[in-house]
Design a protein around this ligand. Structure first.
Ligand code: SF4
Length: 406
């Protein structure tokens, strides 16, 4: 009996593919939608089928990496390893990696989402959030589907947690993206809304063209990238906002199915060895990652490893995806986090996702006058001169600035 390979889009880390002789059984099941019930049936079928051999992947980032029901890959002469992120998925011909957009074709890892996106928008750069990178400018933002994390609190889960390629409604070549940015007078292009590391090839082609045309690029990323690809990716990017989701590896494992250390390594690299402008964001979730102790440890680490001038954003969580029972973050928690972080020596600490002009203003670290006053994403006051210095005392303000806001 001839074997068949039935690619099944991975639904949140469940079964990725079956290879067996029972072609009719597999095909019949594949016509159904990927509900959890169907997945259970697939798993039961897979576990009982004598013609299937199993290899548990080396996905050591999953808390249940040894569980067959979590992640099963099947041996194949064409199994290829993807090295874009620290998951190092081994992908069988025709099946998908954890992120759902990378597959194996003829023994090569292929990005299926190349040249496609879920749509674009013109955002203020402050929305990324980046407060020290051409404040007041506009950024052409677009994203794709899938992610190399599985955050239970994902705020963009409809696309980032989906592996449905039909959500990629727009097709834009890199040349078209650059032309659009110019036409819409955007100073930069942002790879955002989902994790750009998993669609690096597309992002980097856009970034290279942007450089030629004098357009800046921004990556909004979880920083979970492999050592091999970190330099290749970020050296093409002008500014990055990296999510530091918590300062606890246990949190990363339990709530993101990720790991902390590779993210810290990316932060160290960006601060110490690259020219990419770096800002850091931590989404504070009540009771899960908002303790004073954790915020203090995280802030001290940032001062020690990235420098006191790195802008840090504490933003408010809103119930989403699988964490709907947890309430939104009260503003008081963000105020408190900002105080703690400033006390550790960080000079530019901001609150986000709440209305807080005080917490969103940039103060000169020398004379403490207002360098940039913001209200939501709007700039009300701008006191930085052509040399990126405070107009009142001449102190250099860390970042990249226009002479005036646009
Ligand atoms: S980028 Fe995707 S396919 Fe590649 S290792 Fe990471 S999760 Fe797996």
């Amino acid at each position: 009996m001839q074997g068949c390979v039935t690619p099944i889009r991975p639904a949140f880390g469940r079964l990725q593919g079956l290879t067996c002789g029972l072609r009719s059984v597999c095909q019949r099941k594949d016509t159904k939608r990927n509900t959890s019930k169907i997945h259970k049936k697939k798993e039961n079928h897979a576990l009982s089928c004598p013609l299937i051999r199993y290899v548990v992947s080396n996905d050591s980032f999953s808390p249940s990496a040894q569980s067959l029901s979590r992640r099963i890959l099947l041996p194949s002469p064409r199994m290829t390893k993807c090295n874009y992120c620290p998951r190092y998925c081994s992908i069988n011909e025709g099946t998908f990696g954890f992120c759902g957009v990378r597959t194996c074709q003829n023994g090569q890892i292929v990005l299926l989402a190349y040249g496609q996106n879920t749509g674009w928008a013109i955002d203020p750069i402050e929305k990324k959030p980046l407060n020290h990178f051409y404040p007041g400018s506009q950024v052409l933002s677009f994203g794709s589907i899938g992610c190399n994390f599985d955050c239970r609190f994902c705020q963009n889960w409809t696309t980032a947690r989906s592996h449905n390629l039909s959500l990629l409604k727009k097709k834009n070549t890199p040349e078209e993206i650059v032309a659009l940015a110019k036409q819409l007078q955007c100073q930069s292009v942002a790879f955002t809304y989902n994790e750009p590391i998993i669609w690096s090839e597309y992002a980097l082609d856009v970034a290279q063209l942007c450089r030629l045309e004098g357009i800046k690029t921004v990556a909004v990323s979880n920083g979970f990238i492999s050592n091999e690809k970190r330099k290749i990716f970020f050296d093409q990017i002008d500014a990055a906002n990296i999510d530091l989701k918590s300062f606890s590896d246990e949190f990363y494992r339990k709530y993101c199915r990720g790991r902390l250390e590779p993210v810290l390594e990316t932060l160290r690299y960006l601060a110490g060895q690259s020219s990419t402008w770096l800002e850091v964001t931590t989404l504070l979730i009540p009771t899960l990652n908002d303790s004073d102790t954790e915020i203090e440890s995280l802030s001290k680490w940032l001062v020690r490893n990235l420098g006191a001038e790195t802008p840090v954003h504490f933003s408010a969580f809103h119930p989403a995806y699988q964490l709907t029972a947890v309430p939104s973050t009260p503003a008081q928690i963000l105020f408190r986090a900002r105080e703690i972080a400033l006390a550790t020596g960080l000079r530019f600490v901001y609150t986000g996702n709440i209305n807080d002009p005080e917490g969103q203003t940039t103060y000169c670290p020398q004379c403490h006058q207002t360098a940039i006053a913001r209200n939501q994403y709007k700039i009300d006051e701008y006191n930085i001169d052509t040399e990126s210095c405070c107009r009142f005392c001449g102190q250099t303000i860390a970042g990249q600035f226009n002479e005036k806001t646009t």
